[in-house]
Unconditional design. Sequence first.
Length: 459
Amino acid sequence: MLGKLIGPEIRELIETRNLGAIRSLLVGMPAADTGEIITELPEEVQAIVFRLLPQAHATEVLEYLGPEEQERIIRSLGNEEAAGILNDMSSDDRTALLEELPPAVVTQLLTLLSPKEQQIARTLLGYPEGSVGRLMTTEFLMVRPEWTIGECLDFIRANGNDSETLNFIYVTDASNHLIDDVHIREFLLRPLNTQVADIHDNRFIALRVADTAETALSLFKKYDRNTLPVVDSSDTLLGIVTVDDILDVQEEVTTEEIQKIGGMEALDTPYMETPLLQMIRKRAVWLIILFVGEMFTATAMGFFEKELEKAVVLSLFIPLIISSGGNSGSQASTLIIRALAVGEITLGDWWRIMAKEIAAGFALGCILGSIGFTRIVVWSQFSDTYGPHYMLIAAAVSVAIVFVVLWGSLSGSMLPLLLRRIGLDPATSSAPFVATLVDVTGLIIYFSAAVLILRGTVM
């Protein structure tokens, strides 16, 4: 918010080339707001404004810029400036920057790092994409169990500035195997002569370096943590993951799920940065699949062509029938996909979910069916649109709606579970996909009900 208020003032200062005033204005500003201002500036002046910042502030600001802005600014800096910023960046944020850049640029930037930071960067980039290893930072504090609280506090004061966070202090043995993580308040509230061994309980939650980012996200939620240690297969402490990185993971996961639920492939870049051809390709695949699926609707209607010729009035309610089933199916699939994502349900709950959706679908179908029945009956008092057998037509439509909504709820809830069972992403059972499935089967239900109820009258 602050960035949007000051942005116009920055632009005026740029026009008057008052660089000193720009520097004074930005130095005391939070890094997130400075990043917002630079992002909204024209591309040709972003690097100019960034280079006015002191190195420590510039390092923080760079972490709040998008991949394109980061690459543009890094390329504009001299080797000495770029080296200073990259060496000062936290290892996790630097990894996030490097993995977005072209390989040739990454190779060039790695040569600017100090030997120690270069080894850290290469190690983190060596972990699989989307793994905890790519998220973790190596800036944390370790203490030994035989140390006293006083010795630990002296160590923290001497080395704390280089740590990503001081919320937890990690207890390790001489081989750096993790023994425990202890909250900082334990060090602050205990007598100085207390040994660390007397305050840790050897109970800790840790991530494995090869775990997926989604696994890390679920553990952060489950244990309500803002920091978790990362260990290898032998429990050697390698790094930590902090909540700011997990929030980025949450945003990516949520965005991907919403896009899939909308009936398209997930975008790899922000909407405005996605090339038009890539946008078309991502959307066209599912649209083609759904279009081909909808063709079966015409096939289903072809089977009941004679019935439609005898009772053309039935065609008036086709949109009503298929929309009711599609809407109920979309609702159910969205609820189940979300419940699976947040861990509210598991595959073992399928029979309880089925029972619940059968009950809910039947009740919802009865509600909609009664409204449809009433509408046809009332309308027939003022119009001959539905003919002398309007009561039977109303019954056929309302019965069809009950079973179509029931079927939509059932298929919409079971399809995500089926996909999860066979190892696919439940989010691919998107609302449009479920709606297409129910459209075809809904017509079969509708015309079957009409044939049974209207036999011997209009049919």
